[in-house]
Design a protein around this ligand. Structure first.
Ligand code: ADP
Ligand code: MG
Length: 759
């Protein structure tokens, strides 16, 4: 009799060969197979009748095959299937589907699932490329008939070609459940199930695969049946329990107990250029409380762009420094590291104390790096600001007290920051900063091994940013507007999706904010020379003579390099127009950024290298060209570059000729709201949590049943329950039940989540 942990190859119907195919899909045990849930259900109990279908709806129907033909039309080969019910007929069409030839015979019963489209030729409807299944007839075995006809039938994602499609999975899973009847161990305490009104594990597994007659189909489709809820809760509970334990363990480790006395407070007061907002005071309070505790801090500081995270971090660093420790700040790009360095230096110059600061980035020459490393190693550098080079260059700090890192570094750093300290030194505190506004519950779960502080208030004196959408054809108006703003002493950004010209055929760049800016925002473009062969004339067209590209086909994507040249010599002639992109070497980038910061450049034409954290309060205009190509989070980040001073600011989204439905939605959202949390919610629901959080890349858990967006309420519940379970000694339930919880936790964390050990 198989157990949940039996290797899948011992499951009836699975041999060594199939088990290899399953392994490729991450299915190694009987349990993995059982937790591979149907992605939809077909009601074959009460099938829809063809005459009640409406065009536009997605429906599942059962009908009889009337005829099939493979047509070699001039445009492309088509496979056409006609099915009927009484006098009603439905036509189904598949393109390039030679593989369907010979598959259908008149008289067969088929289940079809797809979108109902009106049909031109007849009064009947049609389905284009529906999913289908030929239903068993009396010649098939009884078991197959039992599983596929006259019931709510589960439909699975294939686990490997046609062979391991739905039909195969139904049988194997059905048999597996049958052989384990009464033997699926419960992994949650009975009292918890009772209190939360959750289905027991075995019943839940049975119900999600083979729903009982009368189960609500809409609940099934949205994974909202009690059975689904039980399995989702289970997954989230073990995630949360693991995170809770991690936090607890961290609190038990030895760290540094920093002191906050008058001397420290005075040091901070000396450098603060303004009154902190209430949110800044509160978050700093939370951070300092952690720092005073004798255990290592692991805290996330979350705040929308412009909420003033940097100054909070700087104050925390002063606490460390005034305690005789070194503080390190790690930024995601050289530009930002440099900007932080300059900004920190400016602030610290206000102090009567002389702080020793060091900048360390990868592009510094060897001599400077060596000097910096020496200063850091001897403890002479108190405040160290840099990029990932701080880890890569094998810098060893003398007395590292606090590390402040950008979210993008989080996973790399939490694992490796130990390399930064000398072996005999205590563990430093770590503060992670993120500008990704995500709902608190999600933050608490995703960064579950961190405590979370939220800066939910913008510094005073900000006026809302006016956001407008403008079609490419009207860009001349935009340039006029930019000129006017510059005439008033303001500065502007103009952002492009690519560095140099490339064809419009390239796929839409839906950037994800949580990937390193340079890598995503600047896809490797071929050097202009090769791309623009013989097309040079197009690059400098007379702006007034420029027509909107007719259908966008083959139209050149406006790029930073080309538009810089065009604007400088055309519509923005006479203004000081700078160019910034990721292929410039670090020195040049730095020079340009500094000149922009000092107001020596009026208009900065750029790619998204300016995305994160760049702070020039005098800039009031953010123009984004081809705005349809940017992701929502990225647009929000870009807009956050303006509106940082007291003057009224503008964000102008210029769109090209082709805007997808999704892009349309993103742009509308940008115009409608400036609330980062609202935009994040929308982004999350549009992209799905995997892409939103960059799961694979960040090493976040890949859930088998849960979905962080859909299941937020259950996530909250799971978190509460996990805290409760971990807090109450000896824990809920009987001793055996508790042992099962812990065993399952270990298993889940090792096998399923594989989450990086934080520190
Ligand atoms: P973030 O890093 O969260 O995007 P910053 O720390 O760069 O935001 O702050 C945004 C701008 O607001 C900066 O110009 C900063 O000097 C200013 N600022 C921050 N806190 C305050 C405050 N309490 N009062 C006034 N201005 C502030
Ligand atoms: Mg501490």
């Amino acid at each position: 009799m198989p157990g949940l942990d039996s290797p899948v190859k011992f499951v009836r119907g699975v041999g060594p060969h199939v088990s290899e195919m399953l392994a490729a899909k991450g299915i190694q045990t009987a349990e993995d197979l059982l937790y591979h849930l149907p992605f939809r259900y077909e009601d074959r109990q009460n099938p829809r009748s063809l005459d009640e279908l409406k065009p536009g709806e997605t429906a599942s129907v059962i009908a009889e095959v009337r005829g099939a033909a493979f047509l070699r039309t001039r445009r492309m080969p088509l496979f056409e299937l006609t099915v009927g019910q009484g006098r009603h007929a439905l036509k189904c069409i598949w393109f390039h589907a030679g593989y369907l030839e010979g598959k259908f015979h008149a008289g067969q019963t088929v289940a079809l699932y797809g979108k109902i489209e009106p049909s031109r030729s007849t009064s009947n409807f049609k389905m284009i490329q529906p999913q289908f299944e030929i239903l068993p007839d009396s010649s098939d075995d009884a078991e197959t008939r039992l599983l596929e006809v006259g019931r709510i039938t589960p439909v699975y994602e294939s686990l490997g070609g046609a062979r391991l499609a739905s039909r195969w999975q139904r049988k194997v899973i059905f048999n597996l459940l049958d052989s384990m009847r009464g033997n699926v161990p419960e992994c949650l305490p009975a009292t918890m199930l009772g209190r939360l009104d959750l289905t027991n594990r075995e019943a839940a597994l049975r119900e999600v695969h083979f729903p009982r007659e009368g189960t609500s189909l809409s609940q099934l489709q949205s994974w909202a049946t009690p059975a689904h809820r039980r399995l989702i809760f289970e997954e989230l509970f073990f995630l949360e329990l693991g995170l809770e334990l991690k936090r607890r363990r961290m609190r038990e480790r030895a760290g540094i107990a920093f002191a906050t006395n008058d001397k420290v407070r005075e040091a901070i007061r000396e450098v603060l250029p303004f009154h902190p907002t209430a949110a800044q005071k509160r978050t700093l309070g939370e951070i300092v409380t952690d720092m005073r505790a004798p255990n290592p801090m692991r805290r996330l500081l979350q705040g929308d762009v412009g909420s003033g995270k940097t100054i909070v971090a700087l104050q925390a660093m002063l606490v460390a420094i005034e305690n005789g420790y070194q503080a390190a700040l790690m930024a995601p790009t050289e530009i930002l590291a440099t900007q932080h360095f300059l900004a920190a230096r400016k602030l610290l110059e206000r102090s009567s104390r002389r702080y020793r600061m060091v900048l360390l980035t990868g592009s510094l020459d060897e001599d400077r790096k060596r000097t910096s490393r020496g200063l850091i190693n001897r403890g002479e550098a108190q405040l160290v600001i840099g990029t990932h080079a701080l880890i890569e260059e094998k810098v060893e700090f003398d007395r590292l007290g606090l590390v402040v890192v950008d979210e993008q570094h989080r996973f790399g750093v939490l694992q490796r920051f130990k390399l930064m300290k000398k072996p005999n030194q205590p563990e430093p505190d770590v503060l992670v900063m993120t500008a990704t506004p995500i709902p608190r519950t999600l933050a608490l779960s995703l960064y579950g091994d961190l405590d979370v502080s939220i800066l939910d208030e913008l510094p005073p004196g900000r006026t809302p940013i006016v956001t407008r959408r403008v079609p490419e054809e009207r860009s001349d108006d935009v340039w006029d507007f930019v000129r006017k703003q510059v005439a008033q002493g303001r500065q502007a950004y103009i952002v492009y999706p690519v560095i140099e010209g490339s064809s419009d055929d390239q796929p839409e760049l839906d950037f994800s904010h949580d990937e390193p800016a340079a890598a995503v925002s600047e896809p490797a473009t071929t050097p202009a020379k090769t791309v623009r062969k013989g097309k040079t004339a197009n690059l400098f067209p007379d702006i007034s003579g420029q027509k909107p590209s007719p259908k966008g086909k083959g139209a050149e994507l406006r790029s930073a390099v080309a538009m810089h040249e065009k604007l400088r010599t055309g519509p923005l002639a006479g203004l000081r127009v700078g160019l910034l992109h990721g292929r410039l070497d670090a020195d040049d980038k730095e020079i340009i950024m500094r000149r922009f910061q000092r107001g020596e450049i009026d208009v900065l034409v750029s790619t998204t290298v300016i995305e994160v954290g760049v702070d020039v309060p005098n800039s009031t205009v953010m123009v984004v060209e081809h705005a349809e190509r940017f992701g929502l989070a990225q647009l929000h980040q870009l807009r956050g570059r303006v509106g940082r001073g007291a003057a009224k600011s503008y964000c102008i989204l210029i769109t090209g000729p082709r805007v997808s439905e999704q892009a349309e939605e993103r742009l509308n959202a940008m115009v409608r709201t400036q609330d980062g949390f609202e935009l994040a919610e929308l982004d999350l629901s549009m992209r799905g949590p995997g892409e939103f959080f960059g799961t694979r890349q960040a090493g976040l858990p890949d859930f088998r049943v849960a979905n962080l967006v859909r299941d937020r309420a259950l996530l909250e519940l799971a978190k509460l329950e996990a805290e409760r379970f971990a807090t109450v000694t000896p824990g809920e339930g009987t001793e055996t039940e508790r042992a099962r919880v812990w065993a399952r936790l270990r298993e889940a964390w090792q096998r399923r989540y594989g989450l990086v050990e934080a520190g």
